[in-house]
Design a binder for this molecule. Sequence first.
Ligand SMILES: Nc1ncnc2c1ncn2[C@@H]1O[C@H](COP(=O)(O)OP(=O)(O)OP(=O)(O)O)[C@@H](O)[C@H]1O
Length: 977
Amino acid sequence: MGSKQVSKTRNGGFSKLKTVESSASSTTSSSKLYQEASVDSHSSPTSSSVRSKPQLPPKPLQSKENVTVTVRFRPLSPREIRKGEEIAWYADGETIVRNENNQSIAYAYDRVFGPTTTTRNVYDVAAQHVVNGAMAGVNGTIFAYGVTSSGKTHTMHGNQRSPGIIPLAVKDAFSIIQETPRREFLLRVSYFEIYNEVVNDLLNPAGQNLRIREDEQGTYIEGIKEEVVLSPAHVLSLIAAGEEHRHIGSTSFNLLSSRSHTMFTLTIESSPLGDNNEGGAVHLSQLNLIDLAGSESSKAETSGLRRKEGSYINKSLLTLGTVISKLTDRRASHVPYRDSKLTRLLESSLSGHGRVSLICTVTPASSNSEETHNTLKFAHRAKHIEIQAAQNKIIDEKSLIKKYQYEIRQLKEELEQLKQGIKPVSQLKDISGDDIDIVLLKQKLEEEEDAKAALLSRIQRLTKLILVSNKTPQTSRFSYRADPRRRHSFGEEELAYLPHKRRDLTDDENLELYVSREGTPEIIDDAFIEEKKTRKHGLLNWLKIKKKDSSLGGSSLSDKSSAVKSNSTPSTPQGEGSDFHTESRLSEGSALADQIIETMENREAHEDSFHEIETPETRIKMIDQMEILREQQKTLSEEMAQQSRSFKLLSEEAAKAPQNEEIKAEIINLNGDIKAKNDQIATLGKQILDFVIASHDELDKSDIVQAVSEMRAQLNEKCFELEVKAADNRIIQEQLTEKTSFCEDLQEEVANLKQQLSDALELGDINSVTCHMQQSSQSPNKNEEKVIEAQAFEIEELKLKAAELSELNEQLEIRNKKLAEESSYAKELASAAAIELKALSEEIARLMNHNERLAADLAAVQKSSVTTPQGKTGNLRNGRRESVSKRKEQENSLMELKRELTVSKEREVSFEAALIEKIQREAELQRTVEESKQREAYLENELANMWGLVAKLRSQGAANSGLSDSVSETRIEHFGT
Ligand SMILES: Nc1ncnc2c1ncn2[C@@H]1O[C@H](COP(=O)(O)OP(=O)(O)OP(=O)(O)O)[C@@H](O)[C@H]1O
């Protein structure tokens, strides 16, 4: 899979482009997208330059520009590889992103970076021109956009092996100052986050929930801390400190996921150097470097807090998307900047005058295919925004650099006046000849000395804040901002602790670059090589080399001025001496003032071992090296502190999820890193010591003693810090072990509880389990979260049981219904039988009546036959015959009636038996109905008990913590549904 990625991205740009165009001629909408996009990208000045060469030429200011839009793929993560993820999107050449499953879906951008591209490459294409612009007074904004875990923080901040856009931009900013000898700069930084729509100052923990305000110059954050910065190391240490306060958390996609948007702002002011600056326009610009939080899909299984954070993140990103759509829609009258704090703060960047670079980070993984597509669409829309790049010029008092310059001038004038007002003691004596006056005057003199010292220290402090190049305008080989800059220059060593081996220019490559630029190799003269050597020593050399120049008798005025400023920068507090030097020339007549200055210079010399105007070059280099080593040591310590924090965070995560192998592996890696850093710090300490010893011959004894003692003190301090850190680590390890075993205990207990619950439920004895659970949860030594988990589990079990019960209940209800139906049927049968019985009884009664009537007729006939006379014999014979036949008839009908009677009696008996049977059946059915009603009532009772128990657990959970709250709510929600 990895090889597939590589082969895809290695496809040659031009030939691939043709393929795309041919496919674009099909009528799919996506191909249309591609055509539009490709037209845009060609029309974009950025894009065209991006294609021709990575180093961008200077652009004409006040030109209409599109946002530079680039897409960066990250490699598949080990987790994605383990899950057997396929590649859904890939970089096809240098400008196109294509869908693997549907080749006709393709988008074009200014540049597409494959998964193997380094951040340095990304910086060169997507960020460097913005940084250049910002240093020249054009506002710039660079931001990384993408779904969670797509590589935004990796791109913006980077890591030890691969520094991100922010450190590279900081380093470049200081490089530009070094290469701009005609101007002086003042840099300040601010760093804040937007977390759940609340703005928090990351440089000042007290600055929480800050308000966004607007004035005629745009939007700003009220009360945010801005720190004037003096070196790349200074900036990086501020960022590292700020990161300590940033909200990060673990999600199912990223162990260290950014939960807030952060904006790092570098405010740059510059003015013409030294004496030329009066009345000169000040350039003021801002470089905003933004690491957005990642949008989260609904797939993310998150807890309540993470879900809340996710919804804020998604909402603000959605608003950003809407704002970008509106900005590209010419018909849109209203752009909803005010709908989120993020867009409010980005308003001036997106709508105003400045350069914008959007770096969209994406993952090629198929599981994120849809999200990646959305990011690509967002990027495509953003490409259509048009902005106006214009240089900001301010001349008013709002400029801090102007304010400082003015104050320095005032202070110098005051100093000058002081100097002129002071007479040497010998002169004073000559004038008055009075000892008392001399004492008074001496006193006054001392007061004035103090005042002067105070003035000087203020001048020194202010001068330190203004950054200038150590190069003189005459010796500079690089016109202002016009050419590709060197990389090995100011600030390089500040990042040298990063083991990342960059692909950019080596010294030799630099040489070639300059040769080709200047056209002739001959121009590489000694001075140039010397300059290069100087650059190799980075920040500290840059700050000090001018001192050497001035001491060697640099003659031009601008040289002096430059030296004054550079010597005053904070890392080398030797500026004061030099400042004095210059000042002393301005007041040649005042011997006393010079005397005082000398005394102060000597005092400074003791305070600062680096202060030595006559220092030989080797010594300066050696001190620089030591300074660099110390800086590295300091940076390593800061990094170690940050890693310890991550370690702690991960340990907490590990305690929560002891089975998570990924976290364990991360912890082991971090531990390894921390140990490695410990070793590095110790090695650096040794190196410093070795340095001191090795330079024994070149340093005089007192300096060695001082340097050694200083180093020792530092070493001791570091050793102590290390010990503290090691102890911290040990404690954290112990805590982790403790927590793991505690977790195991808890798991055992949860298993027991589960068993008990299922046993109890089998016995129908849920109450005893509840009691036990409550007792367990009240146990004082329980880890709250584990108890909550156990409770959540119990609730889950109860939920299942309740579902079972309600199912049973339903079954019973159905059975009841059936029984009721049967019972009503039986009743109907019974009533039918009763009706039939009644009819039979009536029939029997009728037959009996008939019988009686027949019997009466028979009796009457017998009586009449006895009373009939003999004379009437003939008639009688006939009558006898008739009566015999009649009697026979009657006897027959009687027999028939008797038979009928017997049959109906039999029927009556059988009906009666059937009736009895039915009555019995009915009684039986009614009994069953009664029984099921009782069972139903019992089950209802049980269900009510369960609900009571669930409510109890819920309220208990809610009392325990917010987390438990959310868990319970989730469970109950499901339960309820
Ligand atoms: N280009 C890359 N090369 C190598 N690894 C990368 C790259 N991009 C990101 N990663 C790795 O992927 C993981 C997630 O990256 P990262 O934290 O920068 O993502 P994110 O977009 O900032 O996430 P979230 O929005 O959650 O903060 C990290 O482990 C990071 O080291």
